[in-house]
Design a protein around this ligand. Structure first.
Ligand SMILES: [Zn+2]
Length: 130
């Protein structure tokens, strides 16, 4: 999953911006040409920069990925049935249950799950521009 895919999933307005840039360049692919800052909500900001891919996020290991989602915190650390729960399809998963009950945003959980699946597929996990 490319960086643009992640950002577009989190911020619908970003998609339009990305498409506009792609059309302007007539490249047919999503290209990040400028650093952009998006406000997700009062607490969260995303900075999309052409240089961001060099940092990657492979310093975040899979067990810590869920910690990157602030609203997941109350459900982490022993709430799930299995201590090594990946919060994908495991029975007794506190996050899945919370999403079912509407306590956390299912879209955010889906983004997390896509990132986790990607991390499991790839060893050197980097966020790349698509
Ligand atoms: Zn879980």
């Amino acid at each position: 999953m490319g960086k643009s895919t992640v950002i577009n999933a989190l911020i619908p307005e970003a998609q339009r911006a990305t498409m506009t840039i792609s059309l302007a360049l007539d490249s047919g692919r999503h290209t990040t040409t400028h650093a952009r800052l998006y406000h997700l909500d009062a607490l969260s900001t995303i900075i999309d920069s052409p240089g961001m891919q060099e940092f990657g996020i492979n310093h975040i290991d899979k067990t810590n990925l869920a910690r990157g989602f602030l609203e997941f915190h109350p459900y982490l650390g022993g709430s799930c049935k299995f201590s090594n729960c990946r919060h994908l399809t495991e029975p007794g998963c506190a996050l899945l249950l919370a999403a079912e009950k509407g306590e956390i945003n299912t879209r955010r959980l889906t983004v997390y799950q896509k990132m986790m699946e990607e991390a499991e597929r790839r060893k050197d996990w980097l966020v790349r521009s698509s």
